[in-house]
Ligand binder design. Sequence first.
Ligand code: UDX
Ligand code: UDX
Length: 458
Amino acid sequence: MKFKKNILCIGAGYVGGPTMAMIAYKCPRYRITVVDVNPTRIAEWNSDDLPIYEPGLGEIVKATRGKNLFFSTDIEGGIRDNDIIFVSVNTPTKTFGAGAGMAADLQYWEKTARQILQYSQSSKIVIEKSTLPVKTALAMERILNYTKSSLSFDVLSNPEFLAEGSAMTDLENPDRILIGCQDTKSGLAAREALVEIYANWVPREKIITSNIWSSELSKIVSNAFLAQRISSINAISALCEKTDADITEVAKAVGMDSRIGSKYLNASVGFGGSCFKKDILNLVYLCRHYSLHDVADYWESVVRINQYQQERFVLNMLTAMFNTLAGKKICLFGFAFKANTGDTRESPAICITRRLLEEKAEIIITDPKALKNAKADLAGVDGKVSFIEDPYKAAEGCHAIAILTEWDLYRNLDFQKIYDNMTKPASIFDGRNIIDHKRCFDIGFNVYPTGKPALTQS
Ligand code: UDX
Ligand code: UDX
């Protein structure tokens, strides 16, 4: 069959894979190819055991793979045969040289731009899907249009706002699609070509356009605002614990102000994920680059509070457990950075595990989807760590449970059964406020919620 459009995506990760699967699903007349440098990852995308867990993803891949969705390692052929190229390679925080620990590491992006230039035999539309520092498109256009060949390359910014765990519903029904372009004839034409793709299922009024720098910046700012709300509520949770106020009640009262809104006000053990910290640090770096030091300090404090919240969680455990954790068994309920994903990147659980091990506690980790990644994250750490999928078995003989991920599964456990098999006094530290605290207290637990008075037995 002759396809209406041929689309390539470079980077088969958490963003590239699901996004392309959705485009393939919604646009059966487009042929979508996803390529990646990592052959193992591509083999997994071509198997029944996909490399990422995302509710609903498996069904959509099954419905499209081999029909109009293809996964391959042939980057050269992919570039040659497709005129619309999404790029969603990773842009981690730089770990070396100038801007280490802050700036985005653009080496993969630049390498990809050079590959596109090298293998192209026709003009291309190149779409930034990865989150990038503002003005990256300028650098990309310079690289791509460096030679005086007859080929032309238009770079668009089209940031992806999906959240993990709800990626497929976010992709199917996005709040908005943002497309930034250069205000040139070919830039505007490229933008129209991209609008046409999304218009297959997204209402036109939700497809918004902007200049390219606004688009790049909007993505970073969206993540910074979301993270800032979590740090704000987490900062107040510390105050609640000192004053007997209840963070859930405060968040409800504050969030009912329609100017503020109720979402992203769940106090927690801290935010994780591959984006929030990285993007805020990126923003901080940009501000410092332009000598906006007060603005940089403001945003940096969002990350500082997030670290503080994780450290505070560990110190609360230490204080509650008679100031020593040495030799005590602590069971972590959840290791993923949020529910409904196996992803553990920047998960607060990593930092908390390391801190608890420093205190010489023995750690037992349970999680329905993230144990494979947890093992990789903790490879080589000093101390006793084990991994048990069944939460009942994992908690057996433990002195305490720390709830670190808001998996629904943990809300409905038989806590009486768990309590009966634990070492006494048994404590629960609820870093997500998801269980029935009063009920667990009545069973016999000492209960330490986040941002609420503790319920202790004596
Ligand atoms: C995405 C975005 O691209 C990133 O900028 C954003 O901030 C977070 O989400 P994500 O999809 O989560 O990243 O990253 P990851 O799952 O690591 O996927 C990136 C893929 O690109 C990997 O599979 C990697 O192998 C591939 N890659 C990387 C290439 O194909 N070529 C490269 O040169 C580098
Ligand atoms: C985020 C953005 O939501 C998404 O738009 C962007 O494209 C990528 O970054 P993601 O990191 O996948 O998505 O998940 P998100 O649901 O935003 O959660 C991030 C972290 O914040 C998680 O650790 C989550 O548990 C935490 N969180 C979220 C809270 O602690 N409290 C809340 O109220 C909400």
